[in-house]
Design a protein around this ligand. Sequence first.
Ligand SMILES: [Fe+2]
Ligand SMILES: [Fe+2]
Length: 179
Amino acid sequence: MGDKPFLTDIKTLRERARRHIEQGAVTEGYSADRETVIKLLNEALATEIVCVLRYKRHYFMATGIHAEGVAAEFLQHANEEQGHADLIAQRIVQLGGAPNFSPEGLLTRSHAEYVEGDTLNDMIREDLVAERVAIDSYREMIAYTANDDPTTRRMLEGILAMEEEHADDLVSLLETIGA
Ligand SMILES: [Fe+2]
Ligand SMILES: [Fe+2]
């Protein structure tokens, strides 16, 4: 039986909390590499913005007999990707970073690509590829943050679950249009 205490004693906790109060949510107990987490989150932010733009383009350009239902799905995804971008930007600020919204280099920072596609079929396929890229990159980020930054990890887990739903929706759409 070790006598190592499970929790930091109250006196130490209280003293630590008083140091560097200007860092807000980031305490001395934060064990992740903050700079790296912020960098990864800015890449995820770029990915989400590129996905918003691609889904918006697809929403406005959807044509053909199945266009209406598919366009509605594109719009819903665009709005949900925007929600993800907002969550990520908020977390970057909480961690003491600055969200990068610069259009310059956006595509380079993004994991997913921006492909316009000509037909409804092309558009859905490109969106599906982008979702699959997002799914894998979120999974890696979740593994990286692990127990060092549980708040970021939980946020990423929520986003990952929705990207999986998006991918699933797109596969159903492909079946609906008979592609
Ligand atoms: Fe997203
Ligand atoms: Fe998505």
